[in-house]
Design a protein around this ligand. Structure first.
Ligand code: URA
Length: 251
């Protein structure tokens, strides 16, 4: 099956399993992600805003236009990359995503990344960066790439009995080797409500090595002159980091 088809299946799974119904019920639609399923670079934002909720596409509003400009400045376009968010439904009134909402979507995001298998991941903003780098301080750490391992229990959206996830999906290993646990209870509850007819889920442990480049969020930088300059400067390192990572991987 192609990556595109596998991603479509995962998207359908999130909808059918009613992942995060609290947000789903208030949103127009799921904003799963868009772009090139074979992308070498994946950008990860925070959560959809109004325009994204209406169109179903991530980063189509003002922040998205700024992102497109920065991509053009390094010779890239949206078709080259894949872009998604930590949380995949719009939080009401654009409030910050809640920790439990981020935890609920975490295994689905990791599965999305496992399918695409990018060389580097660019996180946009604090929420996205801290999902991967727990003690990230965006003002100090922006523009500094980190390599890390993450581990999660695989989601099997193409199985016959695939309508739930196991409780420890969000366990992950940090670059420092700490194992972090998040909202296992929430995930268990989520699963329980969807698992009536399911027997078990593929419990395969997947481990991925990721290269994360934490950047400021374009929306935060849009109207702040000095953040804007910093973000544009940091952005210039994307192609270099990509080339270096590819070189490293080919050794
Ligand atoms: N901000 C985000 O974090 N994501 C979007 O998709 C749009 C704006």
């Amino acid at each position: 099956m192609t990556k595109e088809a596998t991603l479509d299946q995962l998207k359908k799974h999130i909808e059918d399993a009613r992942v995060c119904p609290e947000l789903a019920d208030q949103a127009t639609q799921l904003v799963f992600g868009s772009g090139n399923p074979d992308a070498e670079v994946v950008f990860i934002g925070e959560a959809p805003g109004k325009q994204e909720d209406l169109t179903g596409e991530p980063f189509v509003g003002a922040a998205g236009k700024f992102l497109n400009e920065m991509l053009a400045s390094v010779g890239m376009k949206r078709d080259d990359i894949y872009i998604t968010n930590i949380v995949k439904y719009r939080p009401p009134n654009n409030r910050d995503p809640l920790p439990e909402e981020k935890s609920i979507f975490w295994p689905y995001l990791l599965k999305q990344l496992a399918i695409i298998n990018p060389k580097i991941i660019v996180t946009l903003g604090r929420h996205s960066g801290q999902a991967f780098i727990k003690d990230l301080r965006i003002s100090a750490d922006h523009g500094q790439p980190k390599r890390m391992k993450v581990r999660f229990t695989d989601i099997n959206p193409d199985g016959e009995r695939d309508d739930g996830v196991q409780g420890d999906n969000e366990k992950r290993t940090e670059p420092y080797g700490n194992t972090v646990t998040g909202a296992s209870q929430l995930l268990t509850q989520q699963s329980a409500s969807n698992l009536d007819s399911a027997t078990s889920i593929a419990g395969r442990q997947v481990e991925m090595t990721l290269v994360i480049l934490p950047l400021y969020h374009p929306a935060a930088a849009l109207y702040d002159g000095s953040l804007r300059t910093t973000l544009i400067e940091d952005f210039q390192s994307v192609p270099t980091l990509l080339q270096e990572t590819k070189k490293e991987l080919s050794k």
